[in-house]
Design a protein around this ligand. Sequence first.
Ligand SMILES: Nc1ncnc2c1ncn2[C@@H]1O[C@H](COP(=O)(O)OP(=O)(O)OP(=O)(O)O)[C@@H](O)[C@H]1O
Length: 313
Amino acid sequence: MLAIETHNLTKTYQGQGGCQGISLAVPRATVFGLLGPNGAGKSTLVKMLVGLLQPTSGEAKVLGKPIQDAASRQKVGFLPENFRYHDWLSGEDLLRFHASLFGLSASESAGRIAEVLNMVGLSEHRHKRVGNYSKGMQQRIGLGCALLPDPELIFLDEPTSALDPIGRKVVRDLIVSLQEQGKTVFINSHLLSELENICNHIAIIKQGNLLFQGNWRELTNRQVQVKIILDVLGNENRLADAVPTEYQVISQTPIIKNTRYELLISCPSEEDIPGLIHSLTAANYPIFEVTPVTDSLEKIFLDYVSNRGWEGR
Ligand SMILES: Nc1ncnc2c1ncn2[C@@H]1O[C@H](COP(=O)(O)OP(=O)(O)OP(=O)(O)O)[C@@H](O)[C@H]1O
């Protein structure tokens, strides 16, 4: 069963904006990244999936249940982007209030609140008023609220935007551990370098339309470049003879003239990198460094949203 499944899901505001005809399949136990420029329709899509907006048309299921059915949200956590919580409550009281909304009994919630405070690193600050929390702490207590029901599926809208580098790492590690427990994490973020480290599956939307969904790493494996630092043994002109014809030397840059060079070579696929190294070592070139150069998530994203698409690169 998929974690999220949508068919032609559409929401427009007086016939404009929103998102149109989104058919999405989010596998379970993945960290799924929803990417798109400002105004692409990401929040609109998430709000429909968590029951905050009624679709104009189309269908969607969350954890196997139609989104119109409140039961679909029983095992769902949600951290909205512009959260504003009851700032007169302490962190612990805020969690207690949310636990009651989730229907947890007093005895269930006591243990769970302590666990969640620990997960988001706020145990020490549990008695402080949320209004006196820093922005990063407020984001972490919001994450705590979303984690309370031990969700199978958790929606995080820009979860690290207010966090310092240490807080970002804590949240990253938390997301990875949720996935390892078999949970699905659906993240809406502009921080592509962060997403790159934790998610394989993505969807890209622009102007309300879905441009791509799937495993972005499979795109980068189609064509790979490799950076090699080697000793040219006093004659860089002979080097090309050692490179088989299925590879293409893109650049050859001296680091130390007549001695050490940096080559950038295009390989048909990642699997062909060992063959290239074998050819160079068979020709007796001492190799000091080999670094595969794959496209970043940012490059893939920019290719899609600038209409170049992937195939047309
Ligand atoms: N309540 C609303 N009334 C009218 N138009 C809206 C409303 N909410 C969103 N829109 C429009 O729908 C489109 C998608 O907005 P949405 O907030 O879903 O985008 P987003 O991808 O989440 O943007 P961002 O990255 O800036 O948060 C935009 O054109 C926006 O102006």
